[in-house]
Design a protein around this ligand. Structure first.
Ligand SMILES: O=P(O)(O)OC[C@H]1O[C@H](O)[C@H](O)[C@@H](O)[C@@H]1O
Length: 560
């Protein structure tokens, strides 16, 4: 019963006095108590994510200890190095939770390699592989608002944990008492005993080398005169991104001063998500002031990067994740073919909800494009399959419309460091031939057709929201629409039927429409939302937009 749990926490001398204060403050407030204690944060394949605070349904040292004990129990069954790599970003308590996790692992006799300062997701994925760890932990809530934190869990290949492993960890967590069940030792004692070690400079340097080795046109940036504005959005991107940019010869970089240094309160951008215009606003203003060619922003754990580009008329335009995915794919393919560095039978990977324009581009260059379910781990999974066949280098690029990119097998999650490097390199290259990213994008549309990709989301908060979303998806399955607006549905693909898609079952419906447009409906895996993805094609943007608007208006009532 949640009131009993509340009382138990109140009666316990908690090590974090802020938690006790919070609990005292909610005395007698049933809703507040229920919200914190009625359920526990669920540990899934992406680990944990929740609001900071007291209780089993919040992110705090006790939830982190319990989760890490669960993870430790699983690690102990795995053999191998008996080591876990840990990193963290700039969020409130990220460093505390990272050390808390290290202390639990060490108390269980498991070795730890932890970064001595914040480092992003790709660095954690890299360290996990570098040290042949059994698992990796990244303390972050990615691009969520400041009141959140979380814990991304990785398997030995540096990819987010598999369902099987996460299920075992979850079962172990449930066997562990939240306040007293985890073994804990002092962090400094763990260091003294040699159980906890910091990640070495060799590992850090090896990551930068691995990234820089994937440069398509090495040396192109040094003489390019590219002018850049960069914002780490007060997260972990500053050190690694500026280091790599410096190495490749980009010297004219202005950092958005308010967003330069780590600050988990994200004072100037409440949603530090490069998908959202508001997060890019300060960077954009600075780009306009300095006349930069390009503005980049990485999210707090630096796995996503968003950009604005300067257009030939001097205005700035945001580039969507789909557009950047296509631009990078095109740049990598053309460049590697020109340089003679294209591997045999090259493979690129995208998610099923990312733009089909990528299929056309890949086909043009003779690249096999594989489509996988949403979640970058499925892209990592494809790299693992190639690696198992001794062919990891066939993987040239992976992307998702949600601003995640990766251009090599050295890590297994999206990497905004290499994303930033290749975006700059691409801008420098186009500049060197008298073109620009904007111009190249227009050429791509000219060649393959004016694709427009848009996502509309419908929120369904709270417990009843889950039921509503399930009801809507069931309704669509029971009464499949014959038309969306004026467009006949010519094919429905239901990803709940693996026999039809060749992919694991997923709650996704794809409607192919007369004339070539496509509408996809799926509940988000990370937020209480149903997402609708539109691909329309027109002779120009205006025409594609008209069709998108018509389709969106026709389908919206289903979600109201
Ligand atoms: O659409 P969602 O299920 O909310 O997922 C959106 C994105 O969330 C996270 O960032 C995952 O790492 C991505 O792989 C995924 O594309």
């Amino acid at each position: 019963m949640y009131l009993d749990d509340y009382k138990r926490w109140m009666d316990t001398e908690l090590e974090d006095p802020a938690l006790t204060e919070e609990l005292k403050g909610i005395a007698g407030k049933d809703d507040e108590i229920k919200d914190r204690f009625a359920v526990a944060l669920k540990f899934g394949t992406a680990g944990l994510r929740g609001v900071l605070g007291a209780g089993s349904n919040r992110m705090n040292i006790y939830v982190v200890r319990q989760a890490t004990q669960g993870l430790a129990n699983w690690v102990k069954t795995q053999g191998g190095s008996q080591l876990v790599a840990i990193s963290y970003d700039s969020r409130i308590n990220s460093d505390v939770f990272a050390k808390t996790a290290a202390s639990v692992l060490a108390a269980n006799g498991i070795k730890v390699r932890i970064y001595d300062a914040l480092m992003p997701v790709p660095a954690l994925s890299f360290a996990t592989r570098y040290y042949q760890a059994n698992a990796g932990i990244m303390v972050t809530a990615s691009h969520n608002p400041a009141k959140y934190n979380g814990y991304k869990a990785y398997g030995p290949d540096g990819c987010q944990m598999t369902d099987e492993a996460a299920d075992i960890v979850y079962a172990e967590i449930q066997k562990t008492d939240i306040l007293t069940g985890a073994k804990v030792m002092d962090f400094e004692a763990g260091i003294k005993e040699g159980l906890i070690e910091y990640v070495g400079d060799d590992c850090k340097e090896a990551l930068y080398q691995a990234i820089e080795a994937r440069s398509v046109r090495p040396g192109i940036c040094a003489a390019s005169g590219l002018k850049l504005v960069y914002s780490p959005l007060n997260g972990s991107g500053l050190v690694p991104v500026t280091r790599v940019l410096k190495d490749i010869g980009i010297t004219d970089v202005t950092i958005v001063p308010e967003q330069q240094y780590p600050d988990g309160h994200f004072p100037t951008c409440p949603y530090p998500n490069p998908e959202i215009f508001e997060a890019l606003r300060l960077g954009l203003e600075l780009a306009e002031k300095t006349g930069a060619d390009l503005m980049l922003a990485t999210d707090p754990d630096a796995d996503r990067v968003g950009i604005a580009m300067k257009c030939p008329d001097g205005s700035y335009e945001l580039v969507s994740g789909n557009e950047m995915g296509v631009l990078l794919l095109d740049y990598i393919c053309a460049g590697r073919i020109e340089k003679g560095t294209m591997p045999k039978n090259p493979v690129a990977v995208k998610s099923i909800v990312s733009t089909p324009l990528a299929d056309a581009v890949a086909k043009n260059y003779g690249v096999e494009l594989r489509s996988v379910l949403t979640g970058f781990k499925w892209i990592g999974d494809q790299i693992a399959k190639l690696e198992a066949a001794g062919e990891a280098d066939r993987f040239i690029f992976g992307f998702e419309e949600s601003y995640g990119y990766l251009a090599g097998p050295y890590v297994r999650d999206k990497d905004a460091i290499i994303g930033s490097m290749l975006i700059c390199e691409m801008a420098a290259y186009y500049r060197s031939i008298g073109s620009s990213i904007k111009q190249r994008l227009e050429e791509i549309y000219e060649k393959y057709g004016r694709y427009l990709n848009k996502v509309d989301s419908f929120e369904f908060p709270g417990l009843s929201g889950m039921d509503k979303m399930a009801g809507i998806m069931d309704g669509l399955r029971q009464n499949p629409p014959a038309k969306i607006g004026d467009y006949a549905v010519v094919k429905v693909t239901d990803y709940k039927k693996p026999e039809e898609t060749g992919l694991p079952a997923a709650n996704v419906l794809v409607y192919k429409l007369e004339g070539g447009a496509e509408v996809i409906v799926r509940p988000s895996g990370t937020e209480p939302k149903i997402k609708t993805y539109f691909t329309t094609l027109g002779k120009d943007l205006a025409e594609a937009q008209v069709q998108k608007d018509a389709l969106a208006a026709a389908i919206a009532p289903i979600f109201e």
